[in-house]
Ligand binder design. Structure first.
Ligand SMILES: NC(=O)c1ccc[n+]([C@@H]2O[C@H](COP(=O)([O-])OP(=O)(O)OC[C@H]3O[C@@H](n4cnc5c(N)ncnc54)[C@H](OP(=O)(O)O)[C@@H]3O)[C@@H](O)[C@H]2O)c1
Length: 273
């Protein structure tokens, strides 16, 4: 126990060492989960525009094909595969395809999440909690565990989790989902010191209300939108590109000295000090 703690406190000289030129992700391979729409697609786009070879995925092959052809039309180096992150064989397929076609892994953006439940938290079931935690939290951890040895072979890497403003302040009717997003803040903090020894940084982004299909219940009603707008300093809802750029920054060498951190991207919502 004492040895393990000592190991974690040991200041590793390679942790956070600069590995690439400013902003450029040329030569890097980036896996982005749930990347055929919304924030994941914008993250893949931002990473690809900075030179990374991106691997996009989501549950439906038709969505993957569409995202791949969109990104290729933007001159982004990209491959894609179907992958439901809650299924072990799919996660394995994603990793093995990446290694086979791209030769290694430098960046993991774990973006997938589900929310099958709206209502009072006490009405949520065992099944709901299992589904939410399997996809939103466990899959993020298990994918990280799978990519770490491959990042180590490349001398380091970057892991990025997509949490939510709801991880800081649970949203009404979204109790179990919000708690899963809080868990990702903890996962970021738990992994960062261990992985610093391998020159792997672990960070997290917590979006506010971003206009996507996933959040449509929050912005389709004008009344609800107006309520949220009161909480914002920047008086507009976010768009996926607002998150994509921050993801790319955190995965790039410009963020070489940032690890264990969560950046909120909320238009100035009051969710933390
Ligand atoms: N939008 C917001 O306001 C907001 C705010 C805070 C945090 N977030 C977080 O941002 C992330 C992305 O949300 P979004 O708003 O960008 O959603 P979105 O636009 O609805 O896109 C969801 C993406 O996830 C894929 N997907 C869904 N379930 C999946 C699974 N089990 N495995 C793999 N892929 C899956 C979908 O494609 P398929 O249907 O083909 O699987 C699609 O590509 C989530 O983690 C969410 O919690 C969003």
């Amino acid at each position: 126990m004492l040895r393990a703690v000592t190991k974690c406190l040991y200041i590793n000289p390679v942790a956070g060492r600069r590995m690439m030129s400013h902003s450029s992700l040329a030569g890097k391979v980036a896996i982005v989960t749930a990347s055929t729409d919304g924030i994941g697609l914008a993250a893949a786009q931002a990473l690809g525009k900075r030179g990374a070879h991106v691997v996009v995925s989501s549950r439906k092959q038709a969505n993957v094909d569409k995202a791949v052809s969109q990104l290729r039309s933007e001159n982004i180096q990209v491959i894609g595969t179907s992958c439901n992150v809650g299924i072990e064989q799919d996660r394995e397929k994603l990793i093995s395809l990446t290694l086979e076609k791209c030769g290694g892994i430098d960046i993991l953006v774990s973006n997938a999440a589900v929310n099958p439940f709206f209502g009072n938290i006490l009405d949520s079931t065992d099944e709901v909690w299992t589904k939410i935690f399997d996809v939103n939290v466990k899959a993020s951890f298990l994918l990280t565990k799978q990519v770490v040895p491959h990042m180590e072979k490349r001398g380091g890497g970057s892991v990025l989790f997509v949490s939510s403003v709801a991880g800081y302040q649970p949203m009404p009717a979204l109790g179990p989902y919000s708690v899963s997003k809080t868990a990702l803040l903890g996962l970021t903090r738990a992994l960062a010191p261990e992985l610093a020894h391998s020159n792997i940084r672990v960070n997290c982004v917590a979006p506010g209300i971003i206009k996507t299909r996933f959040s449509s219940a929050l912005w389709q009603s004008e009344d609800v939108t107006n309520e949220f707008m009161k909480q914002l300093c920047i008086k507009r809802l976010g768009v996926p590109e607002d998150i994509g750029g921050v993801v790319a920054f955190l995965c790039s060498d410009d963020a070489a000295y940032i690890t264990g951190e969560t950046i909120t991207v909320t238009g100035g919502m009051n969710c933390r000090l």
